[in-house]
Write a protein that binds this ligand. Sequence first.
Ligand code: DGL
Length: 266
Amino acid sequence: MTPKASSPILLFDSGLGGLSVLAALRGQLPQAPIIYAADLAGIPYGEKTEAEVAARVAGMLGRLAERTHPRLVCIACNTASTIALGMVRDVLETPIVGTVPAIKPAAAMTRTGTIGLLGTAATIRQAYVDNLEAEFAKDKRLIRHAAPELVAAAESKLRGHAPDPEIFTRAAEGLLRQPGGDAIDTVVLACTHFPLVQAELGRAFGESVQFIDGAQGIARRIAYLTQGQSFDRRHDDYAIVTGGGHSDPDLLSGFEPYGIGRIEPI
Ligand code: DGL
């Protein structure tokens, strides 16, 4: 069935990280109505077990799909996607786009053959990442580091509080100080929060390192899957959050530059 022009695309993340995907999506589909859902009561997903993440994501997306009738759901979170994408696809009838660490483009970009990967603790231990490495980077060296502090840093930055620069230094050192790490020239930002602090990471890593994330690829995939559909974005988009953040003015000011004008509780 062809969706109505007002039918939204639902973007889902544990927090504000999915806004990096939203920004890329606006570039591709400026007229698409978007609902942004953040499980702020559950953040950080990266510090949870696989079972906890899978249960939260499946439960939340089931409720959200019933409430908002999206034409497409984007899980704008690497942790949730690498753990729960298959399972959510089995239970929801809506098309679902996940977020995959950008190992394939990184393998094409690296000149030294050494790639760094920054993600959450849960993401970097997933078989999903092992499979991407085996498929797209088997002749490269992939060095992984979990940087959960960057999630909180991105959340603070968007709420108007400057994060401690030491956080970014620690993230860079976590990769560069591993054996062979001094050869890293390309870093995969395998958490949707991290592009939101890319300028700070750039200062910490120095000019010899380039970054790549999945946002543009996801936006192109969504545009492809919705080809031929009509879009009518007449009103500001809105967010739905768990955890009582809907009345937080700092949170609203984080959303506003992304065209989200109000926040509702779940
Ligand atoms: N934004 C999420 C990701 O892409 C993770 C943040 C969290 O730990 O909740 O992995």
